[in-house]
Design a binder for this molecule. Structure first.
Ligand SMILES: Cc1cc2nc3c(=O)[nH]c(=O)nc-3n(C[C@H](O)[C@H](O)[C@H](O)COP(=O)(O)O)c2cc1C
Length: 206
């Protein structure tokens, strides 16, 4: 069993990575493998060509989106980490997630997921809510902690002083490991996730 963690910060080893690392340690302590991938900061936005609906992959292959599509399909859970930029998740991460999810979400259904945000001072809740939208439109059960999953700090050393933030990360990691194992056990004992009926899209016109 494995959980994929996506670091959407421009800094490969910054505050977001520090938070994700704390989550990853708790997941590993729960007996589940982890894999952290950095998105990089040059990420193409979705051009809405719709080709991914035919191929399952994005037409752009010069960043790590297609690699993460493959990794997520093989993984049992997902954690997405974002720095807060102007009270929202970083633009590059949103571009990355638009292309990771659009037209492919069926393959991710019932994989437990969580978002983690890192900010200096404000905008954490709005960013957290935005990221959870990717999961809740994709039938991915959201894993919770004892607070909204945020750490505070401008540098990794400051995040390491955010005792409550780190506690939130550890509880989240433990819950993720438990949920991933519980879902696997349910499947083994003849309780697979329910089939999803074909989607009806009315586009608000009738
Ligand atoms: C363009 C930009 C916008 C930012 N906007 C906010 C903000 O709205 N609220 C906040 O608290 N911090 C803001 N910050 C600070 C970062 O969220 C904070 O330093 C974060 O922990 C950095 O994570 P990282 O080291 O993973 O990049 C901003 C930083 C940048 C570069």
């Amino acid at each position: 069993m494995k959980v994929l963690l996506i670091n959407g910060s421009p800094h490969p080893h910054g505050c977001t990575f520090t938070a994700l690392s704390e989550v990853a340690r708790a997941i590993e302590a729960g007996g589940v493998e982890t894999h952290i991938v950095h998105t990089g900061s040059r990420v193409q936005g979705c051009v809405a060509c719709g080709k991914c609906r035919e191929t399952g992959l994005c037409v752009f292959s010069d960043d790590r989106v297609n690699e993460c599509i493959r990794l997520l399909k093989e993984s049992d859970g997902l954690v997405v980490g974002a720095p807060v930029h102007y009270a929202g998740p970083s633009a590059a991460l949103c571009a990355f997630l638009d292309r990771l999810f659009y037209g492919k979400a069926g393959a991710y259904a019932y994989k437990p997921a969580a978002a983690v945000v890192s900010c200096r001072r404000g905008g954490a809740s709005a960013s957290f809510d935005r990221l959870n939208k990717y999961f809740t439109i994709s039938a991915m059960p959201v894993v919770a902690s004892t607070y909204w999953n945020e750490v505070h700090g401008n540098r990794p050393e400051e995040v390491l002083q955010d005792a409550e933030g780190l506690h939130t990360m550890r509880v989240l990691g433990a819950s993720m490991a438990w949920m991933v194992k519980a879902f696997a056990l349910a499947r083994q004992h003849g309780l697979p996730p329910p089939p999803i009926e074909p989607k009806v899209m009315t586009n608000f016109i009738r």
